[in-house]
Each structure stands twice: as C-alpha cells, then as structure tokens.
Design a protein around this ligand. Structure first.
Ligand code: PDD
Length: 277
C-alpha cells in the first residue's frame, strides 16, 4: 500500500503525522472520497471543485495539483478500481491550542483501497438497502466536507446494530440526507430530493442523477421532504460516489411500496451504467 503524505509517495507503515496535527486533535480538516474506475477518476473535477469549496470555507490556504497527486497515487497502487481518500488538515503548531495561526503548513494525506466497479454489475446484483430514520445531530455546515464525522458515525452504528444498512436523518421535521449519502424520493414518476443548503452535502452523485434525469426527460424537484412522506413513496434511493444509486426497500421495518427495487431506479441505474462505460 503506497500512500501520499506532504509531497511524497511512501509505504503506509512509514507515513507519520504529528500528534499535534489539528486534524487529529480537532478534526480541523476536510476530505474527499473519489472512486477511480479502470484508473480514471469518476467526476474528478466535481470532487476537486467541492474540495476547493471546503478548503475556502474553513480557510485552509492549500492549493496543489490535486489531480496529478491522486493520479500518481492510483498509478503507484496498480490502477484499476480504487476508492481514493484525500484529506487536508490545517497542520500542526507543535502544541494544542484552539486558535490557529494562518501561516501554518497544511498536512496533505491521500490513500486508496480497492472497490468493485458497481457499474459493471447488473441491476439484479444490486442489493436494496434497509434503513432507519434518525435525528440529524450534525452542525449547520454540512455543505463542508469536514472529517468531523462523529454524529454520522454514531447514527450509522445505531443503524448497523439494528440490522439496517443506513440511516436517513431528520432535522426540524425535514429529511436531510443519509449518514454518508444523499436522498431521493420518487412519487408518481417525479424524483424529489432535498434542495442544496448548508444542511446537506452537495453530492457529486446527486448532481449526476439530476443531470441524467434532465437529459432523459424525467421530472425532478428539489424540495423539502418530511419523513411522513416516506410512507407514500413509490421509491426511495440514496446516492454516493462509491455506491452509485442504491434503492431503499425498507424503512424502519416497513417496505417501501411493494418492497422491490423500483422501475425508475432501474432506469436511473441503466443511465448511470451507460454514462460510465
Ligand atoms: N460520503 N452526504 C454525505 C453526508 C456524504 O458524506 C456523502 C459522501 C454524500 C455523497 O456525496 P458524493 O456523491 O459526492 O459521494 C452525501 C463519502 C463517500 C464518504 O464519506 O465516504
């Protein structure tokens, strides 16, 4: 396993970061997860645009040729299908102090791990998700891809211990997203998804789904969705880079419609597969 740390490629077990790194002490850091299929980054530019947005939002002045850093990492790990993780923290001041000095040198870390090419699978090989609905305990800047993921992790763990795959989050009576995925609800042929705001992450896969829907003439609306509306949904989906678009077949023990993967999901999955290959 070769990783990237502060300008160098090296074996993972040789990579070292200070215990005073603010990423470690305060989660003062942002990240991206980018799938590479057959050695090529999926929606790479969109991920890098979002990274620049996150960095700007928390005022880390890191600017590098991320594309060549990540491409180089993938190449050194044999190419193929990999999930690439890139994290940039504010760096280390050599002690623990809340306030930071704007001149600090950021810590840049990247690593990758094998994934399967979901788009090489048939729709019948995709397993529908069971989910729970839970409270969204996060802060109000969920548009920043921060490594401060404690609320996400605790709720996901609650879901897993209840035998579910994911959790859908509710804040102030509205659904926001999943713990690491965006949310879509289908009713009478229309796709509904929460609108972009500081309450959700602007997912690259979410954006692609809306682009593909627009091209295919499938109507969609970015709107507030209340959890009560899940009971009348024809289909529910979640989306993320490494998982693509996944049908949700059961929510809190109740099947979504007939509990099968829906026809509009089948169509969207086919559009995805065509886009990727
Ligand atoms: N998560 N919402 C949240 C809270 C997320 O963490 C993610 C991605 C998404 C989907 O974004 P995209 O389609 O760009 O992957 C939505 C990544 C994969 C992760 O934390 O591993």
């Amino acid at each position: 396993d070769i990783v990237y740390l502060n300008g160098r490629y090296l074996p993972a077990n040789e990579a070292q970061v200070s215990v005073f790194d603010r990423g470690f002490l305060f989660a003062d850091s942002v990240y991206e997860v980018i799938p590479y299929y057959q050695g090529v980054g999926f929606r790479l530019q969109q991920h890098l645009d979002r990274l620049a947005y996150s960095l700007r939002a928390i005022r880390i002045a890191a600017d590098d040729d991320w594309r060549s850093i990540l491409d180089g990492l993938v190449e050194r790990n044999g190419g193929g299908n990999l999930s690439v993780y890139l994290q940039i923290s504010r760096g280390s001041a050599g002690s623990r102090t809340h306030a930071y000095d704007q001149s600090m040198t950021p810590t840049v870390f990247a690593c990758c791990s094998p994934i399967k090419d979901i788009y090489a699978l048939g729709a019948d090989q995709v397993k529908g998700y069971t989910v729970i609905v839970s409270a969204d305990l996060r802060w109000h800047r969920c548009d920043i891809k921060s490594t401060g993921l404690l609320p996400n992790i605790l709720v996901l763990q609650q879901a897993r211990e209840a035998g579910a795959d994911e959790a859908l989050l509710v804040r102030d009576g509205l659904l926001s997203e999943g713990t690491s995925c965006n949310l879509f609800v289908v009713r009478q042929g229309v796709i509904y998804t929460p609108k972009r705001s500081s309450e959700i992450l602007g997912g690259t896969t979410r954006e692609l789904i809306l682009e593909l829907a627009a091209e295919a003439g499938i109507p969609f609306q970015e709107v507030d969705i209340r959890p009560e509306e899940l009971a009348n949904a024809d289909e529910v989906w979640v989306s993320s880079s490494t998982r693509g678009v996944i049908p949700v077949i059961e929510i809190d023990g109740t099947p979504v419609a007939d509990g099968q993967k829906g026809p509009l999901w089948q169509q969207m999955f086919a559009l995805f597969t065509r886009f990727q290959h």
